[in-house]
Design a protein around this ligand. Structure first.
Ligand SMILES: Cc1ncc(COP(=O)(O)O)c(C=O)c1O
Length: 400
């Protein structure tokens, strides 16, 4: 039946529900995760994407390989678009799950594909948190997790690390012993500090606190330090397979340069994944995301590995460059980002000044006072020059 104007008029007469008010009533303690977006500013500037350094969301900084976009276009065009009318392969589809299992060196029944890793974190919070429970997070951390935890009605215990750039697992252990949370959230490499929680430390914590679910967020896994025993980036994926109270979340949004398609996954024991399935929408991973993720995995050695290596080198060079200019820069040693300290808390001003150079960085003063976070791309000399110029103009950098 077609929708007539009369229908619309009737529906417009119905009471309008203020959804924000409903949300506020149900979750009065939950702060909004309200990240600013630079995309509108970039669109207004009319600069081509290649002229802009978008370094505010820790996305990948190069385009995915042509084969990835070609696979997406081929999917859209195949059978004159006829596949678009059907729901996607459920649960990410067998092909992607199999490829991911091989990539992570785990079994296919250890992988659950999700709509970005945010979706994975939401599922974990829904499954393991709720009223009367609590989640503990060493801070500073990825704030969106905190929102997801609070929305369930759980308490959030922020454990401020004495030195935010040192992964002190003894301190975390004493925090867990004191607060007895249901969940501990460890980001590794951590956003925004770049510290990593070693597999051994996570194993010890999980053994010591078997009632705590350890969620290890490896969104930046590919940008992590190399584990000398495997020659691959450090990970808790294999630990998660063998240990019921450890789960790992990962994403295609960072090293795979596919943030726009929304694809992530969980690696865990099959029994843990079964618990998550009660909350899981098997249609949630759209078909283009599946096609893109699968094509990207095929390009890991040819396209992504060299990009990851260049990013590591670029981060190290950038840190040395800023230090040589007398600028206070901090990195825990992993991740595709660093933190720059701005004297007098004038982070917003630095960000604004960098925008004049078409450089977008993230003001994280609210969660990490005094700092801006900068994603590492491959043109960081230009960024160092612009920061230098801005800090001098602000009068907060002594001439060397
Ligand atoms: C630590 C961490 N986890 C998860 C996410 C969300 O990633 P996704 O795009 O997979 O939802 C981010 C995004 O910035 C992040 O920094």
């Amino acid at each position: 039946m077609a929708v007539s104007r009369a229908h619309l008029a009737v529906s417009q007469e119905h009471e309008v529900v203020d959804l924000d008010a409903v949300r506020r009533a149900h979750a009065p303690r939950v702060p909004r995760y309200d990240p600013t977006t630079s995309l509108e500013k970039i669109a207004r500037s009319q600069l081509p994407p290649t002229a802009v350094l978008k370094l505010d969301w820790n996305e990948g900084t190069i385009a995915p390989p042509a084969s990835v976009s070609a696979a997406m276009v081929a999917h859209i065009q195949s059978a004159d678009g006829a596949y678009l009318k059907w729901y996607p392969n459920l649960a990410g589809g067998d092909a992607l799950r199999a490829e991911l299992a091989a990539y992570c060196r785990v079994g296919q029944d250890n992988v659950l594909v999700t709509n970005g890793s945010d979706d994975a974190l939401i599922l974990l919070c829904q499954a393991f948190l709720g009223h009367g429970t609590s989640a503990l997070a060493p801070t500073p951390t990825y704030e969106h997790f905190c929102v997801n935890a609070l929305v369930t009605g759980a308490n959030l215990i922020r454990l401020d690390l004495a030195d935010p750039f040192v992964a002190d697992s003894d301190f975390v252990a004493s925090g867990i012993a004191r607060h007895r949370p249901s969940m501990a959230y460890l980001v590794s490499p951590n956003n925004p500090t770049g510290i990593q929680w070693s597999t051994e430390d996570v194993r010890d914590l999980a053994d010591r606190f078997p009632d705590v679910m350890f969620v290890v967020d490896e969104a930046y896994h590919e940008f992590g330090a190399i584990d000398p025993s495997t020659g691959r980036p450090m990970t808790c994926a294999e630990l998660a397979v063998s240990t019921r109270n450890v789960v790992v979340t990962r994403t295609f949004s960072k090293a795979f340069c596919l943030a726009s398609v929304r694809c992530g996954y969980v690696v865990a024991h099959p029994a843990t994944l079964e618990q998550l399935r009660s909350f899981y929408n098997p249609k949630s991973v759209n078909q283009l995301a599946q096609v893109a993720a699968l094509a990207a995995l095929h390009e890991f050695d040819g396209h992504y590995r060299p990009y990851i290596e260049l990013t590591h080198e670029s981060r190290e060079r950038f840190v040395l460059d800023l230090e040589a200019r007398g600028i206070s820069v901090h990195s825990g040693g992993a991740g595709n980002f660093v933190c720059v300290w701005v004297p007098d808390g004038r982070t917003a001003e630095l960000c604004r000044r960098l925008e004049d150079h078409a450089i977008y960085v993230r003001d994280i003063n609210a969660r990490f006072p005094g700092f801006v976070r900068i994603t590492i791309g491959l043109e960081m000399g230009r960024v160092a020059d612009a920061i230098d110029e801005a800090l001098h103009a602000m009068g907060v950098l002594d001439p060397i």
